[in-house]
Design a binder for this molecule. Structure first.
Ligand code: KMH
Ligand code: ZN
Length: 303
């Protein structure tokens, strides 16, 4: 089969705050509406977080997920991917509860503990709609994104073994690939694995083309033909790295979780707008877009 590109769309995340963009979906209805529109534009996978509908603060409550998941499932056949990265104030137990109780086809799994700087975002906005926003961003100076070996094992056993959920393995640096190889060696993960190379988070590997080539060369060495990869470039790196990934035989992730803009100085009006933009780039490169079922087949999902 010719290479078909899987588009993942990450709808809201837990990094951006409501006053950064009026288009960031917050309530369950907004999340459902934007996720459905993104799927209709060509996203095969929807990476989902929830937020407190009153404040926009990232929230782990499975009940919030239950307010948008049935709507998304009724209106699309996209693969549902529930985040286990959660948000800065959540414990690991908080972070896995939604995926544990909704048993999605896919969940994210972050492959290492690291500094995770949200505070470059502080520069972007001076007026705050919610009291929590400046403190939230400021506190990321000392935030350690916790993903210990035992946390990873917990997620693998409680979601993977117990529910048949497969993973978007988020790799923020080259060492994370070796961590995954270790879990494969121990028999706790079976291929083919789906790697999400994350470039440009402060604390992780930078968004430079040579870094992506090094990540891929390392994955080739460690996983042979037992992996697929996608790339998420943060902020302005989003579209250039999507194009580079697709040119290297990989897949792409877009969405307001990773970048609020559609072009320099212009906020994206929706997730679907970014999906359409990347779809146009990919079709301009003569690449085909994978349907959700084609993504399921490529990634060995339970369907
Ligand atoms: N916002 C991304 C850079 C997760 O949800 O598991 C990281 C992410 C983590 O997607
Ligand atoms: Zn996420």
């Amino acid at each position: 089969m010719a290479h078909k590109v899987i588009i993942t769309c990450a709808i809201t995340g837990s990094v951006h705050t409501p006053s950064m963009s009026p288009y960031l979906p917050i309530t369950p209805d907004e999340i459902a509406e934007q996720a459905i529109a993104a799927a209709h534009e060509g996203a095969a996978i929807l990476h989902l977080h929830a937020r407190d509908p009153k404040t926009g603060f990232p929230a782990p409550d499975p009940e919030l997920f239950r307010q948008f998941l049935p709507k998304i499932r009724a209106a699309t056949d996209a693969v549902v991917n529930i985040s286990t990265g959660g948000g800065m104030t959540m414990t690991v137990d908080d972070r896995i509860r939604a995926a544990q109780t909704t048993s999605p086809e896919m969940a994210s799994l972050n492959l290492g503990s690291m500094n995770f700087g949200l505070f470059p975002a502080l520069k972007r906005k001076t007026e705050w709609q919610h009291d929590w926003e400046p403190d939230f961003l400021e506190s990321s100076r000392d935030f350690i994104f916790r993903n210990t070996f035992s946390d990873i094992e917990t997620i693998l056993s409680q979601l993977g073994e117990a529910n048949g959920t497969r993973f978007e393995f988020e790799c923020y640096d080259v060492g994370h690939l070796y961590t995954l190889a270790h879990f494969i060696d121990r028999g706790l993960v079976k291929g083919p694995v789906f790697l999400q190379f994350v470039l440009g988070v402060l604390g992780g590997i930078g968004a430079d083309p040579e870094n992506l080539m090094h990540m891929k060369a390392t994955a080739d060495r460690l996983f042979g033909d037992q992996y697929r990869f996608s790339v998420l470039g943060v902020g302005r790196a989003q579209m250039p790295f999507a194009a580079m990934s697709a040119g290297m035989g990989g897949h792409v992730r877009v969405g307001l979780e990773d970048n609020l803009y559609i072009r320099k100085g212009e906020l994206a009006r929706s997730n679907a707008q970014q999906v359409k933009k990347v779809r146009d780039i990919l079709t301009g490169l003569n690449l085909d877009i994978a349907t959700p079922d084609e993504a399921r087949e490529m990634l060995g999902l339970k369907g």
